[in-house]
Design a binder for this molecule. Structure first.
Ligand code: UDX
Length: 447
């Protein structure tokens, strides 16, 4: 197969992870970003964000000279595939497509400098209709020719999870290829067949619009699953001798339900689920449909954050002047990303009630300092964090928090009140050891 050159517009988590995986398989990859600092950092082999193993992958790709990061889009001219992987933030529910439009315009302009046929692949998450109504006309306008001559267009959403991004580029659950250009779809499919070799995941070929909607439906379903189990947790808390963990295990074995994404907790966050759910609510409404289920999913999540402060209030009464230890700032373990993290509204609530908040996170302390500055204090370790606290709230389920024995809380805290917002502790063990434990989805232990 001749296809060897791939350009990637946008060197964020999706773009950079994809680029280095392709480059390490021997493809020639040009990574293009408008941010000079990002490009400079990448050239120095320093990933601009934390992602496990990305530093090794980046270093290997630069060392074997198959990956080049640049701000110069004209270097994409001789590519066979051009991936658009720029961010699509949501503002007031609406998806900001300016990054995608800029990339499409730049690609259109550079196409006019070459005779090489190129397949443009949209990996960014965009509302249904964007490929056909925004990207294609933008490229054509700048290029001055129509799509079927020199370029093809595919919608190829990604489903990477933070903290597992490289593995998921190499071993995705499925590949979605949306296009109305069979030749372009075939080119992209051939590339994936070669890239994945014997470990080829299912490939679904469809329309642009289905491909675009699949991405939103996927994230909306994940958010729904978590809000569903959080709803069950709220019911369980009202009935003696129940525990949402056991209920989740009981329903998760039903193959129609599945056991993943049934961990009840202080709500879902991140850079995708909140943004994509908001966007889907917005484009559903704009189309004339009222997406009640999705609105409830978002509302359950917002209420879930408030439960931590309510539990602290129930245990301590007035929060003013009380020292509250917060374990975890990032939106989930294995990342320093705090976008959409439950920790932020929870800490803001506690601060607004006058609590004295002390925080620890294994990876995201610098980010926390940027957000809260001197409004909270920062601990050097989890043990340091709980020292002298009157209440401790577990907000992120980092492994190093799981291994803290109940005795550490009993010995170090002013009073051993632990709010387990992620269900990482064994209730009986903790209660027997003298911890006053309140846990999401745990019913009273007596009638
Ligand atoms: C998500 C999707 O999983 C991925 O396919 C998509 O491409 C991007 O968005 P990510 O944002 O990395 O990935 O986070 P994910 O691991 O999906 O977790 C999302 C949130 O749900 C986290 O806040 C997590 O703590 C929460 N969650 C997840 C739960 O509260 N309970 C669960 O059982 C699972």
């Amino acid at each position: 197969m001749e296809m060897t050159t791939i350009s990637v517009f946008g060197l964020g988590r999706v773009g950079l992870s994809t680029a280095v995986c392709f480059a390490n398989k021997g493809y020639r990859v040009i990574g293009i970003d408008t941010n000079e600092n990002v490009v400079e950092q990448i050239r120095k082999r320093r990933p601009p964000f934390f992602e496990p193993q990305l530093d090794e992958y980046l270093k290997a790709a630069i060392d074997r000279e198959t990956f080049l990061a640049t701000c110069d889009p004209s270097l994409s001219q001789e590519s066979d595939l051009i991936l658009i992987a720029v961010g699509t933030a949501t503002r007031d529910g609406k998806t900001d497509l300016s990054g995608v439009e800029n990339a499409a315009a730049t690609i259109g302009r550079s196409l006019s400098q070459t005779e090489h046929r190129q397949v443009i692949v949209i990996k960014s998450t965009v509302p249904p209709g964007t490929a056909r109504k925004v990207v294609k006309p933008t490229v054509e306008r700048e290029f001055n020719r129509t799509a079927d001559k020199q370029f093809g267009l595919c919608s190829n959403p990604e489903f990477l999870r933070e903290g597992n991004a490289l593995h998921e580029v190499e071993f995705p659950d499925r590949i979605i290829i949306g296009s109305d250009d069979p030749e372009a779809a075939e080119t992209l499919e051939r590339f994936y067949r070669e890239f994945h070799g014997g470990k080829l995941p299912p490939i679904i070929r469809t329309t642009h619009e289905n491909a675009e909607l699949i991405k939103y439906a996927n994230n909306a379903f994940l958010a729904t699953k978590v809000s569903f189990i959080n709803c069950v947790a709220n019911v369980a808390e009202r009935f003696p001798f129940t525990d949402v963990k056991t209920v989740a295990a009981g329903i998760g074995v039903d193959a129609r339900i599945g056991s993943e994404f049934l961990n009840a907790g202080l709500g879902w966050g991140g850079s995708c689920l909140p943004k994509d759910l908001d966007a889907m609510i917005e484009f559903s409404r704009a189309s004339g449909y009222n997406p009640q289920l999705l609105e409830a999913v978002a509302e359950i999540n917002r209420k879930q954050w408030q439960k931590a402060t309510q539990a602290a209030r129930d245990a301590l009464g007035e929060l003013a002047g009380k020292r509250v230890a917060i374990l975890g700032f990032s939106f989930k373990p294995q990342t320093d990303d705090f976008r959409g993290a439950a920790s932020i509204p929870i800490i803001n609530d506690l601060l607004s009630e006058g609590a004295d908040v002390v925080l620890y996170d294994p990876a995201s302390m610098d980010n926390a300092r940027k957000v809260f500055q001197d409004r909270v204090s920062y601990a050097r370790s989890a043990y340091d964090c709980v020292e002298g606290a009157e209440c401790c709230i577990v907000v992120t389920e980092w492994d190093e928090f799981r291994t803290i024995p109940p005795s550490a809380f009993v010995e170090r805290m002013a009073q051993p009140i632990v709010i387990d917002g992620r269900r990482i502790y064994e209730p009986d063990e903790f209660m027997h050891a003298g911890v006053r434990l309140w846990a999401i989805g745990l019913g009273p232990r007596n009638e």
